[in-house]
Design a protein around this ligand. Structure first.
Ligand SMILES: [Zn+2]
Length: 420
């Protein structure tokens, strides 16, 4: 039964790209939209159907299933030594209202394809393997995003998750119960040997550079601020320019120096001004105040902290020069994530052995792996998606790339699961 010691079989094993594609297309029928996308939001009837289908496939592949109290699903394939912590992979089956066929779903079904391929080759790993389906990753029906993995990792209380409501006022708990996915396993983390997540990039870099695989080293940290500059309202006609306290006058200096700050930390430093409003917002009045939405990002937390400090001192000096007051409101922070070195190494080793073109990168978007990485050694794998499009019904990826990503996942999981 057990070919674990057969290193040639282990080295040569590959997933079946066609089977993976078929399963992706079958899952995409559930909640499928006219424009070829998917609308399978958390705890809807179609979410239940998608979950049911996944469980049927896992049972057919010989897995044992468990469901926890937040609705996360775990499919387990036994190893040789089941006292060892499992190597886990997974992602989410819920989608945006106008979502695609691959965001999240690919990470779940690539895990299933890994297990199916190991079954075909009659290979048993030393440690058990698990596939996780994390509840409500998208956060489009119940806010915030990544609730299932967040509860599991201790970021959110279970009661907090239960109390979330959708736009119709239906509660997370009632809807979880209604679709029959209120499980009995405690929604708390337990030891994992390693965790991997394969995902479409959701951005244009890999496609643009003609590369097959992104080896992820972390996830960008984000700081959000509301910056308000205060001046003195006055008439646009009678008041001479040099006698004004106009908050707009500090803006050119602030913008120029902040864009320079992003350049200083290229290629990963990001500075974005997504919104601006003037108060009272009248054409012929110098505004009393203007407020800018500011978004700073970098994958290295110490750099992001330095950017934060520089941002504050730029605002301080630019407003002092124009004799303006200011206020910085910290709206939200998501710390930078550095993935586990050994997991990154397992992915890198798999990519090299398989001969795929690749580059190291960081994720600009949040993923379940952000939370998982707080409690277990974790890393991620990216594949290109067409035009960099995601959260879009036209979201697409090639069979070859989907297959390549699943092969990397397979070999990274084998590496970690067969370690003594
Ligand atoms: Zn996703």
């Amino acid at each position: 039964m057990n070919n674990n010691t057969n290193t040639a079989v282990t080295r040569n094993i590959r997933v079946q790209g066609d089977r993976l594609w078929q399963s992706l297309m079958e899952m995409a029928q559930i909640g499928g939209t006219d424009k070829g996308g998917c609308n399978r939001q958390t705890f809807t009837d179609v979410d239940k159907q998608g979950r049911d289908l996944f469980i049927r496939w896992c049972l057919d592949a010989g897995c044992t299933m468990s469901i926890d109290t937040v609705g996360n699903i775990f499919a387990r394939r036994p190893g040789i030594d089941n006292s060892l912590p499992p190597v886990l992979t997974g992602s989410h089956l819920d989608t945006q209202p106008t979502g695609g066929k691959f965001d999240g779903v690919y990470g779940v079904l690539a895990g299933l394809e890994v297990i199916r391929s190991l079954n075909d080759a009659n290979l048993t790993t030393l440690a058990p393997l698990e596939i996780a389906v994390w509840t409500n990753e998208e956060g489009s029906r119940f806010s915030p995003a990544m609730l299932g993995s967040g509860v599991w990792c201790g970021e959110f209380d279970l009661d907090y998750a239960y109390s979330r409501q959708d736009k119709e006022g239906l509660s997370f708990f009632d809807e979880l119960q209604r679709i029959g996915y209120l499980g009995s396993e405690p929604a708390t983390h337990r030891p994992l040997k390693a965790a991997f997540e394969v995902h479409i990039e959701q951005g244009p870099i890999l496609e643009d550079e003609g590369l097959q695989i992104g080896v992820l080293t972390g996830v960008q940290g984000m700081h959000w601020y509301d910056l308000t500059l205060f001046g003195q309202p006055c008439h646009a006609g009678p008041t001479p320019m040099e006698m004004r306290k106009d908050p707009f006058m500090a803006l050119p200096d602030i913008l120029t120096r902040l864009y320079r700050l992003a350049d200083q930390y290229a290629p990963w430093g990001r500075v974005t001004f997504g919104d601006i409003s003037a108060n009272p917002g009248s054409r012929n009045t110098v505004p009393e105040s203007i407020t800018l939405a500011v978004d700073l990002r970098h994958p290295d937390q110490s750099v992001l902290d330095a950017m934060d400090q520089t941002f504050r001192s730029i605002v301080e000096s630019a407003t002092a020069e124009k004799q303006l007051d200011y206020k910085i409101d910290d709206e939200w922070r998501s710390p930078a994530v550095a993935f586990n070195t050994e997991c990154i190494e397992a992915v890198r080793g798999a990519v090299c052995a398989l001969g795929y073109s690749n580059k190291e990168m960081v994720s600009g978007a949040g993923h379940d792996s952000v939370y998982i990485s707080r409690v277990a050694p974790t890393s991620m794998i990216f594949i290109p998606c067409e035009g960099g499009l995601s959260h879009n019904e036209a979201e697409n990826a090639s069979t070859e790339d989907l297959e390549a990503g699943a092969n990397v996942l397979l070999h990274a999981m084998l590496k970690m699961a067969n370690q003594a």
